[in-house]
Each structure stands twice: as C-alpha cells, then as structure tokens.
Design a protein around this ligand. Structure first.
Ligand code: FAD
Length: 400
C-alpha cells in the first residue's frame, strides 16, 4: 500500500508541535509528512512584544525550522499557502503551485482584527510577526533620534499609543514603559516629554481577567507613566494619530494595534464556514463535514462549555490541540476511532516588563517576581516540548 500524505500548514505553535509529535510517534512507513510555512524559521509569537519594544533581540524569538524538526521524517517546504481546495485534496502555494494531501492540518495562525476602524493598516503597526516587531522597534528608536535633530521638537514623536488593553497590548506597554527611561538616557530626551497611552474600548483593561490583578497591573504601569483611556473606543487612525469616538484627538507618530485577531484569511478564501476567519471545529478537531481536514490554533474556534463563550486563541490551546491532532491522525490512518479534544487550561500569565508579571496558575493569583518566574517557566516549557533540554539550554529564559 502507498503511504498516505499528511500536509501541515503553518510553522507556529500548532504546526510545529504537530510535526514534532508525529516525528516522535510515527514510523517511517506510516506516512509522508510535509510542513509548509512562509518563512524558513519558526518564531514564538508569544515573545514578540519583547523585540517590538526592543527589550529582546528579534533573533532570540526565531529559529531555523530545519534545526528543530526531524528532517528524516518531516519534509519542509518554504512557501505561502494561498488556498485549500477541499474537493480535490489540494493546496495552492504561491511559488510552487499545487500540492496534494490525504490528510491536512491547518495551523496558519491569525491576522489583526480592526473591528471596522479605518486607517489601521495604513497608519498603525499591527503585524505581530518577526518583521512586524522589528519595524516597531526601529521606528521608536528613529523617532527618539529625530526628536533632538529637528529645529522644532515635536511632541507627537514621543507619544506612543497602544490600541487595546488585552494581553498583547498590556504585555507590549509593559516592555516599552520599562525601556523608556533607558531610551531617554541614550537619546538625551527628558523623560517627562514621553507620553504613553493605552486605549481600550471595553469597560475594563484585560476584560474577563481577575479584577485585583488588573488593578495591580494598571497601578504598576501608571507608576511608569502610562495613561489608560478605558471605555473609549478609537474611531479612526490617521497619519496624525488617533481620533476617539467622543471626538478627542491624540497626536502620535506611533500607534501599535493590539485589539485582537481573526483567523488567517486562507480560511475565508477557501470557503470554510467561519466566524471572523475561525472555523468552529468538531470535538475531534476536524472541520465540520470534512473527514480529513483538521484545523487548530488561532484558525479554530471552540466554545468553552462553562462560560458558553469561545476560548480565547492562545498558544497554550494551539499546542494541546496539536498533540490531539497527531494522535487522531494516527488513529485515522489505522481506521481507529478518534479522540475528543479537552483543553486543560493551566493558567494565564502576562509579563509586564522587567521582573514584573501577573497571572493565575491553577486557582492561585500571582504577582511580581513569582508571576515573572512562572512566565519564564512557561516559555521554557514550550522550548522543552519542541526541542528538549538542548533547546531550553540554548534558548531558554532565566527565571530569576
Ligand atoms: P502561530 O503560532 O501564529 O503560527 C502561524 C504560522 O503560520 C507562522 O509561522 C506563520 O509564519 C505561518 N503562516 C501564516 N500565514 C501563512 C501562509 N499563508 N502560508 C504559510 N505559512 C503561513 N498565547 C498564550 O497562550 N500565552 C501567552 O502568553 C501569549 N502571549 C502573546 C503575546 C503576543 C505579543 C501575541 C501577539 C500573542 C500571544 N499569545 C499568547 C497568543 C499566541 O501567540 C497565539 O494564540 C498562537 O501563536 C497561535 O498559534 P498558531 O499555531 O495558531 O499560530
């Protein structure tokens, strides 16, 4: 019998963990396995707020895919996925044309959600990718240099706006507010000239999170000079800054967009039924009505039965789904029954720059250095799953 072909789309958390688990658990004769991703490197999306603010070098968040996957078991194609043709079991790639599959795992991640606010793609930084992070960092440093190098110093050069007080926005402003004093020193800029805003449409920062921890985070950030504008939707981003719904305008040359995500546009392009680019998957993680297509990570949507709301898209869930998908692929190939995916949410920890963080692990609230310790351990645990102790030693974070 010929070996079935498994195609994995996307080399992020979902795709990499699927490939790693298959490489460990499948024999050479079980399947031909190919991973397709846009870049020849894997990057850790959950670390990107650090290089974006300039508190970590961008290269620390990425690693060549060839160094991480077992190349004797997984083929790698660097290309951009354009469309999935479900009827024909084919995928169109930008450069290499069409490739066939028997089984497909879609883990293409997400793109920014603008909620219809105009000017985001033209005037704000919204790409949470390695190059997106580099752009933000370089832009901030450029503005610091420019501030003292023009006849009329402009306040909007030193006004930084973060749209969205969700986890991404809070983690980014945490890093930036930590770095600002050093930037001021380096570029001879008085610290009181710098303005930082976090603007949030919802009635609270970190909606749905423990109110005591939210207060801790906001106090800490306010002490570093951050001003929160909560319950104040942005109506437009322009070349000059932002306009709020109540008419207020804030002039700024740097608007960082972090209001949430939608599933990769390939989902909509390929005609899957979706909500904001995310497919409501079956319990075995297949797309509804599809025998051979699994969808995981930020492209998938699952309802949390306790809250009756969708689980927020996280790396934690993407990685757990990937483990189930690898098991289910093996079962499908052998004609056995598939497992139901059950998320096991271990907790949520958000870093706030320096040695500060907040989080809930199990049912324990963590602040400050103990939360920071947990955050680094979570980051290291992921490296462990991907590449064992070697990768943790090479790439891990010091938790102390
Ligand atoms: P990703 O990990 O984003 O991977 C998608 C991959 O697909 C990428 O490698 C991309 O290059 C590739 N790709 C995209 N389009 C194409 C295409 N057309 N063709 C080929 N390849 C393509 N989650 C947590 O659990 N904890 C956290 O602390 C946390 N912090 C975060 C901090 C920040 C700053 C951000 C932005 C996100 C954070 N998240 C966190 C969310 C988490 O990063 C995502 O939920 C997670 O990355 C989703 O995994 P994924 O596999 O679906 O997609």
């Amino acid at each position: 019998a010929t070996k079935p072909t498994i195609l994995i789309l996307g080399g992020g958390y979902g795709g990499m963990v699927t490939a790693t688990k298959i490489a460990k658990e499948f024999g050479h004769n079980d399947a031909n396995v190919t991973l397709v991703s846009k870049h020849n490197y894997h990057y850790q999306t959950t670390w990107l707020h650090e290089p974006a603010a300039g508190t970590m070098h961008a290269d620390r968040t990425r690693m060549p895919i060839a160094n991480v996957i077992n190349e004797s078991k997984i083929n790698f194609i660097q290309d951009e996925v354009q469309e999935i043709h479900r009827e024909d079991n084919k995928v169109t790639l930008k450069e290499k044309g069409q490739v066939d599959y028997d089984y497909l795992v879609t883990a293409l991640g997400s793109v920014p959600e603008t909620f219809g606010v105009g000017g985001v793609f033209e005037h704000a930084f919204s790409k949470w990718t390695v190059n997106g992070a580099r752009e933000i960092k370089d832009h901030i440093e450029y503005l610091f240099a420019k501030y003292n190098n023009e006849p009329e110093p402009r306040d909007d050069y030193l006004t930084f706006i973060v749209a969205g007080a969700g986890f991404t926005g809070m983690e980014f402003i945490g890093e930036l507010s930590e770095r600002i004093p050093r930037l001021c020193q380096e570029y001879d800029v008085p610290k009181n000239k710098v303005k930082m805003y976090v603007i949030e449409a919802a009635p609270t920062a970190l909606p749905g999170f423990d109110p005591e921890l939210v207060e801790y985070a906001m106090n800490l950030l306010e002490n570093r000079g951050v001003e929160f504008k909560i319950n104040q939707p942005i109506s437009e981003v322009t070349a000059e800054g932002v306009t709020l719904k109540d008419g207020e305008e804030i002039k700024s040359q740097t608007v960082v967009w972090a209001t949430g995500v939608r599933g990769n546009p390939v989902i909509e392009q390929s005609g899957f039924e979706n909500m904001r680019g995310r497919v409501k998957v079956e319990k075995d993680l297949r797309a509804p009505g599809e025998d051979n297509i699994f969808i995981i990570g930020d492209c998938s949507l699952m309802i949390n039965e306790e809250t009756e709301r969708p689980f927020p898209p996280t790396a934690q869930i993407a990685m757990q789904q990937a483990e189930t998908v690898a098991t289910n692929l093996k079962a499908l190939i052998k004609g056995e029954s598939l497992q139901e995916f059950k998320p096991d949410i271990k907790g949520t920890v958000a870093s706030l720059g320096g040695k500060e963080a907040i989080g809930i692990v199990g049912n324990k609230k963590l602040y400050g250095t103990s939360a920071n310790f947990m955050k680094k351990m979570i980051d290291n645990r992921y490296l462990w799953i991907l590449g064992g102790a070697g990768l943790v030693l090479k790439r891990g974070k010091n938790p102390f």
